[in-house]
Write a protein that binds this ligand. Structure first.
Ligand code: GLN
Ligand code: ZN
Length: 774
C-alpha cells in the first residue's frame, strides 16, 4: 500500500467525469480555426485555451463542485483527449519529424491531428459507441514512449492551482490507450504496456509533486469485448498495469473510470490492484454483485447515476434508490458522479429559449447535470426542491401529448414478417434492368454535391428572415439545375439532385418529422474543432408530409437519366440524435422506418426509379459487448428493410455505408437486402470487395474509388486499377462505380476533375472487359 492510506484526502462527494471543452459559444473552435488559418499565433491559441479552462473551473465551482477537493476535472484538450495523452507520454510517431524531447507545441500538435502536405495525419475513428472521434495512436515496437516533464496535464494542473483550484487531472488510462492504438505489421501495441506504465508512473509522480491528490484514468476499453484485443488479454493488461501503478511510491490517489458500459468481472480485477477508487457507469452498467463488493470495501466508488451521454433529466427518485442500494451493498465510501464525461452533451438548457417550454423542462445538459449530481448527493431531504421539480418533470414527460401516440403504436403493433420482404432478387434485377437500361459498371455519386458559400449564405439569410422562402427555394432550384447539368456533361449514369437543401443529413429529416426537436446552441464536439448539433427525439415519430419528393421530382424533370432519391436511414437518424430513453431503441427505429417507408412510396409514385437510404452509422451503434450484437443487428437490419421493402420490384433500392470496419457487420450488410450497396473502400484499396464476395454477397456493390476525405484528385489510371482489383473479386455485372462518400465537403474544382477521371476510367474498363461478363 502507499503512503496515502492514513492522511489521504478523501474523494469528493460529488464530481463529473469531464465537461465540454469546446466552450458555450464554441470559443475553442474559433480559436483553433483562426490559428490554423494563420490569422492568429500560437500564444493567441494558448491564451484562448487558458481562458476557457479558467472559465470552466470557475463555472463548475459556481455550480457547486468543490474547488479544493479534486472535484473539478482538469480534462482540457485542444483537439482530442487521446491525442493529448499520446503527446503527454511522448508517443509521437517518428514520421512527423517532431522533436519530442520537450512538450509538443500547438503547431506540431495540430500537425499530428491534421497532417500537412507531406504527412498524413493520425487516423480518426469513433470513440466507443459515441459520435465522438479520437485520433488513433500509432504504437510500434520502436515508437518512443517517454516521460516529458512539464507536459500539459502537469502544466494545466499547476495553472489551476495558481488560480486557486485543486483539480483532478484526467488522462486516458494506459490500457485503453494501447487497446485503441494501431500497431505496425506484426506488432501489438499492448506489448508496450510495461514501457507505457513506466511513463505513467513518472507522470503520476510529477503530478503528486505538483500537489495533485487524485488523478482520473479513463478506461472505457474495459467495458467492451468488442475491440481488436482478445478479452482475457485486456483483463490481464488491466490487472498488470494497475498493480504496477498502485505500487508506485509517490503518486496521487487513483480513480479508474469505466464509462459507457459495465466492467463485469473486471471490477473485481481492478479492485484487487490497489487503486483507491473506481467510477461505475450506472446508467449503462449495473451495481457489482455482493461477492465482488465484499472484496472491495477499501475502495471509493463513484456512482455514475447521471447520464453523460444523453440529454434527459435524471429521475432523481429512481437514482436515489440505486444509490441507496449501492450504499447498502458497499462498505466503503460512495460518491456521486456522471456516467461518462459531459463531453457528449451541450452546455446548458438555459440557452435554448426557442425550444417549447414543456420539452425544455424535461432536459438536462451539462450544467443541469452538475446540479443533479449535487441534488442526488444531498438527497430528497437536503434537496427537496430539486427532487420535487424532477418528479414533476418526469411525470409530465410520461403523460405529455406526442410522447405516446396511439396511431403510431397501432401501426408498429400491426407489423408482420411480410412487411420486411421484397420480391425475389432475380425478379427485381430483371424489372430494374428493363426500366433503367443501365450500362455495365454504372457510374453514380453518393448524394451530396459541394455546399457552396452561396448556399450557406442563403440558408443563413433564410433563418434570419433576410430572404423569403420563395427566394430561398429558387436558390436551391438553381443549384439543382447546375448539379444536373454538370452530371449530364460529365456523363454519369445515375444522377442525384445534390442535396443543396440539407444542412445536415439527419437534422434535415428531424426538422420535418413529428417527434423531433432541434436546438439552437446544442453543439457537441465531434472531433477537433468540428461540432454537431444533434436533434432531440422526444416523442413518437411520424411524417406529417413528404420530405424530399418535390426537390427530387424537380431534379428528375430536368433530365432523361434516372435520378436517385436520397433518404437517411433509421439507424443513422437515431445514432446522430439524442434518443428518447423511455422506449427501446428498436421500437423507435421501427417508427422512423415507417415514416421513411411512406417517403419511399411517395418518391416511387412521383416516378423516381432509384432510391438510396443511407446508413453510414450502422457500425457505430454496434454494442460494446459481443453478446448484444445479434439483437442489435436484428432490429437495425429489420428497420432498414421496413423502410425499403415497400418498394416495387422495378424500383432500385440503394444503400450507402461508410466510416466502418465492415468485418463485424458484413452479414448485416447482406441482410439489408439493398439492390445496390456503396461503401467506403478507396483508402483500403478495395479490401472490402473480396470480403463481401467471400461472404456470398451477390447484389450490386459500389466500392468507393475516390477518397473524398482529402482534396486530392484521383487519376484515371488509379481509378482503373481499383476497378480492376474489384473485378478480380466480383463479376462486372455486380460492380458500380462511385466515390467513397458524399461530396459536400469538397470544392467544385476537384469534384469536376475527379468525376471526369471516374467516368473516363470506367469507360476504359468497360471497353476492355470481356463481353462474356455482360
Ligand atoms: N447521401 C449523403 C451525402 O452524400 C451520405 C453522407 C454520409 O454517408 N455520411 O452526403
Ligand atoms: Zn458516406
Amino acid at each position: 500500500m502507499t503512503q496515502h492510506t492514513h492522511d489521504a484526502q478523501p474523494f469528493p462527494a460529488t464530481t463529473v467525469l469531464g465537461y465540454p471543452r469546446i466552450g458555450p459559444r464554441r470559443e475553442l473552435k474559433r480559436a483553433l480555426e483562426s490559428f490554423w488559418s494563420g490569422a492568429t499565433t500560437e500564444p493567441d491559441l494558448a491564451g484562448a485555451g487558458s481562458a476557457l479552462r479558467r472559465r470552466t473551473r470557475e463555472h463548475l465551482s459556481g455550480l457547486g463542485l468543490d474547488p479544493h477537493a479534486a472535484a473539478i476535472p482538469s480534462d482540457f484538450s485542444y483537439y482530442d483527449q487521446v491525442l493529448s495523452t499520446a503527446v503527454a507520454v511522448g508517443a509521437v510517431p517518428e514520421r512527423f519529424g517532431i522533436d519530442a524531447e520537450g512538450p509538443v507545441g500547438l503547431a506540431d500538435y495540430s500537425r499530428l491531428a491534421r497532417g500537412d502536405a507531406g504527412t498524413a495525419p493520425l487516423e480518426l475513428t469513433k470513440w466507443f459507441d459515441t459520435n465522438y472521434h479520437y485520433l488513433v495512436p500509432e504504437i510500434g515496437a520502436q515508437t518512443p514512449l517517454r516521460h516529458i516533464p512539464g507536459s500539459a496535464p502537469v502544466a494545466e494542473f499547476l495553472e489551476a492551482k495558481e488560480q486557486g483550484t485543486l483539480t483532478r487531472p484526467v488522462l486516458v488510462g494506459p490500457v485503453t490507450f494501447l487497446a485503441l492504438a494501431k500497431g505496425e505489421e506484426d506488432t501489438d501495441p499492448l506489448d508496450r504496456l510495461d514501457d507505457l506504465v513506466e511513463v505513467y508512473r513518472q507522470l503520476l509522480s510529477e503530478l503528486a509533486a505538483a500537489g495533485a491528490t487524485w488523478v482520473q484514468l479513463d478506461e472505457p476499453a474495459l467495458v467492451s469485448d468488442n475491440g481488436a484485443v482478445p478479452a482475457p488479454r485486456l483483463t490481464g493488461a488491466a490487472e498488470r498495469a494497475y498493480r504496477q501503478l498502485a505500487q508506485a511510491s509517490a503518486r496521487p490517489q487513483l480513480l479508474v473510470a469505466a464509462p459507457y458500459g459495465d466492467l463485469r468481472e473486471r471490477f473485481a480485477v481492478l479492485a484487487a490492484t490497489g487503486v483507491e477508487a473506481i467510477a461505475l457507469d450506472l446508467v449503462k452498467g449495473s451495481i457489482p454483485d455482493d461477492g465482488a463488493l465484499a472484496q472491495a470495501s477499501h475502495l471509493t466508488l463513484v456512482a455514475g447515476l447521471v447520464d453523460g451521454h444523453n440529454v434527459w433529466r435524471t429521475d432523481l427518485d429512481a437514482a436515489t434508490e440505486r444509490l441507496h442500494q449501492l450504499r447498502t451493498a458497499h462498505q466503503g465510501r460512495v460518491c456521486v458522479g456522471t456516467s461518462t464525461s459531459l463531453l457528449h452533451v451541450p452546455h446548458t438548457v438555459a440557452d435554448e429559449q426557442a425550444l417549447p417550454e414543456r420539452l425544455r423542462s424535461w432536459l438536462a445538459f451539462a450544467d443541469e447535470k452538475v446540479a443533479e449530481v449535487l441534488a442526488l448527493s444531498a438527497g430528497p431531504d437536503g434537496a427537496a426542491e430539486a427532487f420535487a421539480v424532477a418528479r414533476g418533470a418526469v411525470a409530465d414527460r410520461a403523460g405529455a401529448p406526442g410522447v405516446r401516440r396511439d396511431e403510431v403504436r397501432h401501426r408498429t403493433g400491426a407489423l408482420t414478417a411480410s412487411d420486411t420482404e421484397r420480391a425475389q432478387v432475380d425478379v427485381r434485377v430483371a424489372a430494374q434492368q428493363e426500366r433503367l437500361g443501365l450500362p455495365l459498371l454504372p457510374t453514380t455519386t453518393i448524394g451530396s454535391f459541394p455546399q457552396t458559400g452561396e448556399l450557406r449564405r442563403a440558408r443563413a439569410q433564410r433563418r434570419t428572415g433576410e430572404i423569403t422562402q420563395e427566394v430561398y427555394d429558387q436558390v436551391i432550384r438553381d443549384e439543382i439545375g447546375r448539379v444536373i447539368d454538370l452530371q449530364t456533361e460529365l456523363g454519369l449514369d445515375v444522377l442525384v439532385h445534390g442535396e443543396p437543401e440539407r444542412n445536415d443529413m439527419v437534422q434535415y429529416f428531424a426538422e420535418l418529422l413529428d417527434g423531433f426537436a432541434v436546438t439552437e446552441h446544442g453543439w457537441v464536439q465531434s472531433y477537433g474543432s468540428r461540432c454537431t448539433r444533434p436533434s432531440i427525439l422526444w416523442g413518437d415519430v411520424s411524417r406529417p408530409a413528404p420530405m424530399t419528393v418535390e426537390w427530387t421530382r424537380y431534379a428528375a424533370s430536368l433530365t432523361d437519366k434516372p435520378v436517385k432519391g436520397m433518404l437517411t436511414g433509421p439507424v443513422t437518424i437515431l445514432a446522430w440524435s439524442f434518443v428518447r430513453d423511455d422506449l427501446p431503441l428498436g421500437q423507435v427505429a421501427e417508427q422512423v422506418a415507417l415514416a421513411l417507408r411512406d417517403e419511399v412510396a411517395d418518391l416511387e409514385a412521383a416516378g423516381i426509379g432509384v432510391i438510396q437510404v443511407d446508413e453510414p452509422a450502422l457500425r457505430e451503434l454496434l454494442p460494446l459487448r459481443a453478446e448484444d450484437h445479434q439483437a442489435y443487428l436484428d432490429w437495425s437490419v429489420r428497420s432498414f428493410r421496413l423502410a425499403t421493402s415497400g418498394a416495387a420490384p422495378y424500383t432500385q433500392v440503394h444503400t450507402h455505408l461508410c466510416y466502418s470496419e465492415f468485418g463485424e457487420v458484413i452479414d448485416a450488410i447482406d441482410g439489408l437486402g439493398a439492390d445496390v450497396t456503396s461503401l467506403e473502400a478507396a483508402r483500403s484499396a478495395m479490401e472490402v470487395v473480396p470480403e463481401l464476395a467471400a461472404s456470398g454477397f451477390s447484389r450490386g456493390i459500389g466500392p468507393g474509388v475516390w477518397d473524398i476525405h482529402s482534396p486530392r484528385v484521383p487519376s484515371q489510371e488509379e481509378i482503373a486499377q481499383l476497378l480492376d482489383r474489384a473485378l478480380d473479386a466480383v463479376p462486372a455485372t455486380q460492380l458500380w462505380v462511385n466515390p467513397d462518400c458524399g461530396l459536400k465537403t469538397r470544392r467544385y474544382a476537384e469534384t469536376e476533375e475527379s468525376l471526369r477521371n471516374l467516368v473516363a476510367a470506367t469507360r476504359g474498363v468497360r471497353a476492355g472487359s470481356s463481353p462474356l461478363n455482360r
